[in-house]
Design a protein around this ligand. Sequence first.
Ligand code: MN
Length: 203
Amino acid sequence: MSFNDQNLPFAENHLEPAISEKTVEFHFGKHQKGYADKLIALTNGTPFANMDLVSIIKETVDNPAQTAIFNNAAQLWNHILYWDSVHAYREENPIPAGAFADAVKATFGNEDNLKAELLDAAVNLFGSGWVWLAADNKTKELKIIKTQNAANPITMDMEPLLTIDVWEHAYYLDYQNRRPDYAQTLIDKLANWHFAASNFTAA
Ligand code: MN
């Protein structure tokens, strides 16, 4: 495998008008590709070159000598999940009935509370990072997690179900500094709850 053989699951204009073609072009084609290229350079000739991303992430987390490999592998993996976490703009975008919807109700009371808590996490995460809806691997309980920089829940014994990229490069061309508007739009109109639900069922 090659770390830069990733493809977007849709065309670059697929998220308009919420996220522009220009943003997706730069986000996928420059930022994500940059992480992949750096990861290839950093792992060339090492055992990591033939490992899958999850294994690299788990192997290098919290190892100061391998921070650069961790950062680039995790950023690459996080972006792959991010593109699967969104779909084309939908005016109405409810969570589908089923086990995941039941878990949302059990943990957050209702769907609106989940969305409000995701927004709060996105708005209040300081600096660059990611907001996650994740399920505890043991209890299956849903949790909202904020991580900084490249960190992600797979090193916390959690299964990520859906993620929101809150690095400025994810929204600056469209929303400038208005991260709350970006996050609100993503949560209300783009969030792929079917993807989250299928990850929950598989967790
Ligand atoms: Mn990004």
